[in-house]
Design a protein around this ligand. Structure first.
Ligand SMILES: [Zn+2]
Length: 361
């Protein structure tokens, strides 16, 4: 059992972070800005400006954090088995057939498979036994939350929740504003420190709280800075942390398969990809388009830490696209071209006719 599965562990690290943030805000605002800059150096307006800046940033960080946890990473709606075989055995095994019961108690229902889906080497879609659902493209089952998360990114120990499609923008905003808070503390403390030391004749020459807050801010900056930058890079090339991590493992699991419907001959083709290539399935090769997929279509909202850019919806439909709505993942045209080229070169694992593709016409 992993530690993240205990709620007290998930809550304890964020609680420590919150206490440290409160301490840093107090140490900075009271000890540095009020006691030193305002009282001793007599720069009232500078002190007020810095306090307002720090308090605003700290509140924004906490506000983004609360929303991150409350909104959550999103929950993938249930997706019925794909109609691969005529006998309605959507995912092809006995277990799966016994699972599917629609709300009115009828036998298993199947749906028309989407044009491109992630699959196993035989071309069968990925099935989540815990959720009793097809795993939509890019979704991953979170054992912490107990359900499949669309565009699963990672479990963040510091904020105590999973980051996925729905709260990803808030996560990026949280890191950026926390980074901003630390930079404000470091820059202003560093610029006033020589004057504070010079103005005091007694030992200690500087209040120790000011130094502790400075050290803490430097530590957090070293973690949050590179983290924010790497996430900005991942967004610009349309990758999740999970997809990036998969490229670093040297195990068998680093292979990926894609099942694709070639509309010219009506056949399904199964392609094998290495994780290194698989992380580019969703890359649109256009930075702005990729960023919009993660941060939303309206650029002026990218830094506004209010709500999610993904609408909440309840699945009312059995069709793939309607069930997933804003959780739909699309591949790029250049990726489809790659698949077409591989078909032309005979570079695929297997090919078959899916029953659902014929019934959909
Ligand atoms: Zn699941």
């Amino acid at each position: 059992m992993r530690l993240e599965q205990f709620w007290w562990f998930r809550a304890s690290v964020p609680a420590v972070v919150l206490v440290l943030l409160a301490y840093a805000s107090w140490g900075y605002c009271y000890e540095l800005c009020y006691n030193e800059i305002h009282q001793k150096l007599g720069q009232k307006s500078v002190a007020v400006g810095l306090i307002c800046g720090a308090v605003t940033l700290a509140l924004v960080v906490i506000f983004a954090w609360i929303q991150l946890v409350i909104l959550g990473p999103g929950k993938q709606p249930k997706v019925l088995p794909f109609r691969i075989l005529p006998d309605s055995a959507g995912t092809g095994s006995e277990d799966d057939q016994s699972s599917g019961k629609s709300t009115d108690g009828r036998a298993i229902e199947t749906i028309v498979p989407p044009r491109v889906y992630q699959c196993d080497p035989q071309g069968y879609p990925l099935w989540c036994t815990a959720c009793q659902s097809i795993k939509a493209n890019r979704a991953h089952h979170s054992s912490t939350l107990g359900y499949c998360v669309p565009r699963f990114d990672h479990y963040c120990m510091w904020i105590g929740t999973v980051v996925g499609r729905r709260n990803y923008r808030l996560f990026v905003q949280y890191s950026l504003y926390l980074w901003g808070f630390c930079i404000l503390v470091i820059a202003s403390t560093a610029s006033y420190l020589p004057r504070i030391i010079a103005s005091r004749k007694t030992i200690p020459r500087v209040n120790p709280n000011i130094l502790v807050v400075l050290a803490l801010s430097c530590m957090v900056t070293l973690m949050v800075g590179p983290l924010s930058l790497s996430h900005i890079y991942y967004m610009s090339v349309n990758r999740t942390s999970l997809e990036v991590i998969a490229t670093k493992r040297r195990s068998k699991a680093t292979k990926n398969w894609i099942c694709y419907l070639n509309e010219t001959d009506g056949m399904r083709y199964v392609f094998e990809f290495k994780a290194l290539d698989a992380q580019d399935y969703w890359n649109k090769h256009n930075v702005l388009r990729n960023l919009k997929e993660f941060l939303g279509a309206h650029i002026w909202l990218w830094l506004v830490p209010v709500g999610s850019n993904v609408k909440y919806h309840q699945s009312l439909s059995f069709e793939y696209e309607d069930a997933l709505q804003s959780y739909i993942e699309e591949v790029s045209d250049s990726f489809l071209e790659t698949l077409q080229n591989r078909i032309a070169n005979g570079d695929y694992l297997t090919t078959f006719r899916a029953y659902g593709d014929q019934t959909s016409k």
